[in-house]
Design a protein around this ligand. Structure first.
Ligand code: NAP
Length: 433
């Protein structure tokens, strides 16, 4: 008899792990758990809605979830409905593919004010994630300040800056599109504490802000170096050179007369979020680079904003009992956490890389599992199903999910591929109907 495995999380790293386990052990059985009825994690709730083609990766994962050896158990939260220990008792191995679901904190005064949002929440809001459906961000001032100069910060600014026509073909949540269009936006700020060459963004994403209909990207030529200097090699150097060329192009552009300005600023570290009852602005300190680190110069400046979005990275929240590192990943060695317990993806290595980055990473952990685990005749899904029935947990299997997904497509407004249900009850109601 083949081994039985549980994978916790149906995002890219979990699904790549399922594919890889099936490749090395074609006779294994895999149960994939997700706390939401909807599968695919960041593909659905993290990838920008106007990057809809990127979401095509879900097709490959759909084929995996349709295989006889794989079951999808959506709407089951590990840590609430079942414990990690119960999974370990019933499966030959358990793979945590739980991502990084918590926004890192800045640790500056004012961070608790209404109007401060982590990117996980803000991106989840416009992507229709049920946990952030009611975020209702304070977009009623003219300006939003985004902290960080990675691709997530660019995503946030671009989605705020686009017109409804430019969002055609996207699966942006209707409530968010309406709120963004109603917002009297004039200025979007993106602040990096280091320089343009240290930015985490990539050329394709940076290039997308060049020609937005109602939003002009503004870059100060004085903040750009003449060329990419020492310290960047190979592929990284190529990326930095392309980024710099795009930034120079933006800096040289005649300032187009568009209603929204997207200011991409460098050498500015956030020091305080200003406001008494809600966000009114952001105080920053000018910085200089010293040995690659941002060092304050003692010169401060303020910008007015009704909302601040922090796009400074994420941390993992693991179920009770899973050992964590201080910096927010699951404690592991090459993916091994404890006997029978493994971790993949952002929960293993931190929040970096694109969806395909997870492929080789998950494959390496699958190889490790195949080498270390001797199938022990554990009951697997049979025992787990009995526990879920006794606990009255409503499992959404993959057939159920496809019914919900079809209903999302059927109710899509013109020009959009789907209109996601943004509340779990709405998804379950489709099945009741
Ligand atoms: P990121 O690229 O690491 O960017 C994080 C940003 O936050 C950096 O600019 C960082 O500055 C800044 N930061 C961190 N702590 C800070 C602090 N205390 N004060 C001020 N700034 C701070 O991460 P990300 O944008 O969250 O993206 C995560 C991963 O997903 C990345 O690998 C990204 O490429 C990927 N992603 C890809 C796409 C795409 O391919 N289209 C889209 C979205 C995300 P320092 O560098 O100075 O620390």
């Amino acid at each position: 008899m083949g081994a039985c495995y549980a994978i916790v999380g149906s995002g890219p790293s979990g699904m790549y792990a399922a594919d890889a386990l099936l490749k090395v052990q074609p006779d294994c059985q895999i149960d994939v758990f997700d706390k939401l009825p909807s599968p695919f994690g960041l593909i659905r709730a993290g990838v920008a809605p106007d990057h809809y083609k990127t979401k095509n990766t879900a097709r490959q994962f759909t084929r995996t979830l349709e295989l006889d050896q794989v079951r999808y158990l959506g709407n089951v939260e590990i840590g609430r409905d079942l414990s990690v220990q119960e999974l370990l008792d019933n499966y030959d191995a358990v793979v945590l593919a739980i991502g990084a679901y918590n926004d890192r904190q800045l640790g500056i005064p004012g961070e608790d004010l209404p109007g401060v949002y982590g990117a996980c929440a803000f991106v989840g809001w416009y992507n229709g994630h049920p946990d952030f459906r009611d975020l209702d961000p304070l977009l009623d001032g003219g300006a939003v300040a985004v902290i960080g100069i990675g691709n997530v910060a660019l995503d946030v600014c671009r989605v705020l800056g686009k017109t409804p026509a430019e969002m055609n073909g996207s699966d942006v949540a209707e409530h968010a599109l309406a709120a963004i269009q109603k917002a009297p936006l004039t200025d979007l700020y993106q602040f990096g504490r280091r320089g343009p060459l240290e930015g985490g963004f990539t050329p394709k994403e940076l290039g997308e802000v060049r020609d937005l209909e109602r939003c002009a990207a503004i870059v100060d030529a004085d903040q750009l170096p003449g060329e990419v200097g020492e310290g960047f090699d190979g592929r990284t150097r190529g990326v930095k050179e392309k980024n710099l060329a795009i930034l120079k192009e933006l800096a040289a552009q005649e300032k187009p007369d568009k209603p929204i300005k997207m200011h991409i600023g460098f050498y500015a570290a956030p020091k305080e979020i200003l406001g008494t009852d809600r966000v009114e602005g952001l105080r920053l300190e000018r910085t200089q680079l010293r040995d690659g680190r941002a060092v304050g110069t003692g010169e401060f400046f303020d910008v007015a904003a009704s909302a601040v979005v922090t796009a400074i990275g994420y941390q993992t929240i693991a179920p009770v009992g899973v050992p964590m590192e201080d910096w927010g990943t699951v404690a592991n060695q090459d993916g091994r956490v404890a006997p029978g317990l493994y971790v993949v993806g952002w929960a293993k290595r931190g929040p970096s890389g694109t969806i395909p980055t997870n492929g080789p990473d998950s494959r390496a952990v699958a190889d490790l599992i195949a080498a270390e685990i001797t199938p022990g005749g554990r009951p697997g899904g049979v025992a787990i199903d009995a526990m879920l029935t006794i606990r009255d947990i409503r499992v959404v299997d993959f057939t159920n999910w496809k019914v919900i997904a079809e209903a999302e497509v059927a109710r899509a407004p013109d020009g959009h591929p789907q209109e996601k249900f943004t509340r779990i009850e709405e998804m379950l109601a489709v099945l009741d109907d």
